[in-house]
Design a protein around this ligand. Structure first.
Ligand code: COA
Length: 380
């Protein structure tokens, strides 16, 4: 039997592989549903704040009023970043992608962390809460530095959503906008073993710390096949520009066998559980701003993709235009995803750590067989 014939089954892209057990969230593709710690994500989005859901992901239960107040107090009081980090952020190249800036800022916060050398469960959890508190401040400071604007000081009285708008845009918008943003944070918070979460777990499996795992997660999230898709969606909608040419534009993508961003999913093949809720709130944003262009182009693309390719939109498809309508610039869309997903990532880091085994798969070698090494003289 030749070597090639003996090759074991290789699961490229780890498609269909169960790499571990987890109690954080559950995707049920057969019913297009998703639960966080047993609660349907659409119920959480409609009835809870992002802070309540963050607490749920970490603690396993929704907080009581007193627990929520204590959680808010603990995290909101830690929102400010150090003067050194503010200075470092101002030194970043102004044309750097904000995802690279946030990745660097998170890594930098690992250097400064008061418990940098401590990877005990309790210290790792405290680091997660610090990152949750400080990442929006890094996003706001980075964005405003590129505009030549001073960073805004976080207000501990603000909710998570109010805080993000204040730090980035320097204003707190009307309640409908805050609600739509909070919904997007809840929907983006967690999604089982996606690429960035698995990356964070893999880093954790080596015994590395929270900041290392989250830095690696951010690097993985940036890619356009993953979180970067929400930015790509808005670039695509802007390129189309006019609902009248949406069908023709899409046909040219089909003709070139090109990907259409914001569509398709590794796990969901008949619809993403999070899309109906996000779409509802993106529609509300279109009403607030009185601009239906993006939602109309989106509607045409979604109808055509379903009819012609039987491919459904994923969460990034309605999230892209929703963030645009909320007044965020496109390069901030994936960093906003980071501000949310840090909760899911860190819940997984803590879970991985609690029952760890080094993640180390095998590769099937297809290179040259062992051969004699020629001396430098023989190589000429
Ligand atoms: N546009 C056009 N065709 C798509 C598509 C898209 N967005 N997503 C999948 N397809 C097609 C594939 O080309 C493939 O066609 P083929 O069988 O003729 O080769 C088929 O659907 C199956 O897709 P596959 O690539 O096997 O799915 P996957 O599980 O490996 O990839 C994604 C999943 C998410 C990476 C993929 O759908 C994609 O690249 N989507 C666009 C990026 C995006 O929105 N990412 C965010 C994910 S939440």
């Amino acid at each position: 039997m030749s070597e090639a014939e003996k090759q074991p089954e290789v699961f490229k892209g780890l498609v269909g592989v169960y790499a571990d057990v987890s109690a954080v969230s559950k995707v049920m593709p057969e019913t297009n549903s998703l639960t966080y710690r047993g609660y349907a994500v659409q119920d959480l989005a409609e009835n809870c704040s992002f802070e309540e859901v963050s607490y749920l992901l970490w603690e396993g239960e929704l907080p009581t009023r007193a627990q929520l107040a204590a959680f808010h107090q603990e995290t909101a009081s830690q929102r400010e970043i150090s003067p050194t980090l503010h200075r470092v952020i101002r030194e970043f190249p102004h044309d750097a992608h904000p995802m690279d800036a946030i990745r660097t800022a998170v890594s930098f916060m690992g250097l400064e962390d008061p418990e940098a050398g401590d990877v005990s469960h309790a210290a790792q959890y405290r680091k997660a809460k610090r990152l949750f508190a400080k990442i929006p401040t890094c996003i706001g400071a980075t964005y405003r530095a590129t505009k030549g604007l001073p960073a805004v000081t976080p207000n501990p009285a603000h909710s998570f959503a109010e805080n993000v708008f204040n730090l980035v845009q320097g204003r707190v918008p009307e309640p409908e906008v805050l609600k739509a943003f909070d919904v997007s944070m809840i929907l983006y918070a967690e999604h089982t073993f996606n690429a960035s979460t698995y990356t964070a777990r893999l880093v954790t499996s080596t015994g590395a710390d929270m900041h290392g795992a989250i830095t690696a997660g951010i690097a993985a999230l940036k890619g356009p096949l993953h979180g970067g898709a929400n930015e790509a969606v808005m670039h695509m909608l802007k390129e189309i520009g006019d609902p009248k040419i949406a069908r023709e534009w899409l046909q040219s993508r089909f003709d070139h066998r090109a990907l259409v961003m914001g569509f398709g999913h590794r796990v969901y093949k008949s619809g993403d559980s999070r899309v109906p809720t996000m779409k509802k709130y993106a529609e509300k944003m279109a009403e607030v701003v009185q601009d239906r262009t993006w939602m109309e182009i989106s509607r045409i693309l979604a109808d055509e993709m379903l009819t012609k390719k039987n491919i459904h939109p994923n969460l990034d498809f309605p999230a892209g235009p929703a963030y645009h309508l909320m007044g965020f610039e496109i390069p901030l869309f994936t960093p906003l995803f980071v501000a949310s997903r840090v909760t899911g990532w860190s819940a997984h880091v803590l879970e991985q750590q609690a029952d760890n085994r080094l993640i180390r798969p095998l590769s099937w070698y297809i290179g040259l067989e062992q051969r004699p090494m020629p001396s430098l003289t023989a190589r000429g």
